[in-house]
Design a protein around this ligand. Structure first.
Ligand code: ASN
Length: 316
């Protein structure tokens, strides 16, 4: 294990102290608090129940790279820090029809991700899930939520927006939709960044191929393409939202795990839960620091947390 000597630590803590006094950090975090309040109001009005997060569990989101996981033992049982609340959101559908959670996500991102301005090792995801919903319904909900947020922020965060000299354009509904295949043929591998840079408004990227995506989304009309989506911010701010309609049948997930060459034993708690029966649902998650960064027009998400942990770096 890498350790940090006292002198380095003193220097890091001096940096932290300066960071905590930085007006950009103070203003961005005040703005973040307002954003959180507005999102909460929006879903409460729609009858959503707020749950508190699960921080560690025997099973968590694989994402597209398992090496992002923090694993440890508790009473001899294997646990992982939550990388997203996806499985618990699906399980929670047994109890409630509409839920949301501000959930801490912990992902060991590759060191080079420190430069993107969009990656933190620890961040908060505003996660929601709706029992029996279609993909279209949750996409519409997201659009309404973003328009509602921008409308209230312009009115309720005048000082913060003035400080950042940010003139937010009101997004126009419905947001544009592009399939992954269309975007790939136009932009190639770098499609997310290119879409974001070239787009005037928010844009939906839908129907990802199962090969490159997490295994828990429902297959769409086209074989091996999913009923999922990402929402991409304009102006080069990149990905905002990930979500979709979920697969809820254990045998379908098993087939997919086989095709993706993933050892199903790693996901036993999830598979057994599906076998015992959970309802179909759809939902999504939006990163709060990225959302704050977009609203404020900041170059990095690091200003949107008081104690940011950047990939590859020491953080308090
Ligand atoms: N929150 C996302 C979802 O609901 C999952 C993720 O963050 N990987 O689909």
């Amino acid at each position: 294990m890498q350790s940090i000597n006292k002198e380095e630590l003193k220097e890091k803590l001096r940096e932290t102290k300066n960071f905590l006094k930085d007006e950009r950090v103070i203003t961005a975090n005040r703005l973040k608090g307002k954003i959180i309040g507005i999102l909460r109001d929006f879903l409460k009005e729609k009858g959503f129940v707020e749950l508190l997060p699960v921080v560690a569990s025997p099973v968590t989101d694989p994402l597209s790279s398992p090496e992002t996981t923090v694993s440890f033992n508790v009473y001899g049982y294997p646990f992982q820090l939550t990388k997203s609340m996806i499985f618990h959101k699906q399980f929670a559908m047994l109890a409630f029809e509409r839920i949301f959670i501000f959930s801490p996500n912990f992902r060991i991102e590759k060191k080079e991700m420190a430069k993107t301005g969009r990656h933190l090792v620890e961040f908060t995801q505003f996660d929601l899930e709706v029992r029996g919903a279609t993909r279209k319904e949750v996409m519409e909900l997201a659009e309404e939520m973003i328009i509602g947020l921008v409308t209230r922020i312009i009115d309720e965060a005048k000082d913060e927006m003035e400080f950042f000299e940010r003139k937010l354009k009101m997004p126009i509904r419905p947001f544009k939709v592009v399939t992954y295949s269309e975007a790939y043929s136009k932009f190639g591998k770098d499609l997310e960044a290119r879409l974001s840079q070239s787009s005037e408004g928010h844009i939906w990227l839908i129907d990802f191929p199962e090969k490159i995506r997490e295994f828990y989304y429902l297959e769409g009309e086209r074989t091996f393409y999913l009923k999922d989506f990402d929402l991409i911010y304009p102006e080069g701010f990149g990905e905002a939202i990930s979500g979709g309609k979920r697969e809820w049948r254990a045998e379908k997930i098993r087939e997919r795990l086989k095709r993706k060459r993933i050892n199903e034993d790693l996901y036993s708690p999830y598979l057994i839960m599906l076998e015992q029966g959970i309802p179909p649902s759809a939902g999504f998650g939006i990163g709060i620091e990225r959302l704050t960064r977009f609203i404020a027009g900041l170059e990095s998400v690091k200003f949107c947390r008081l104690f940011p942990k950047l990939p590859g770096e020491f953080g308090l």
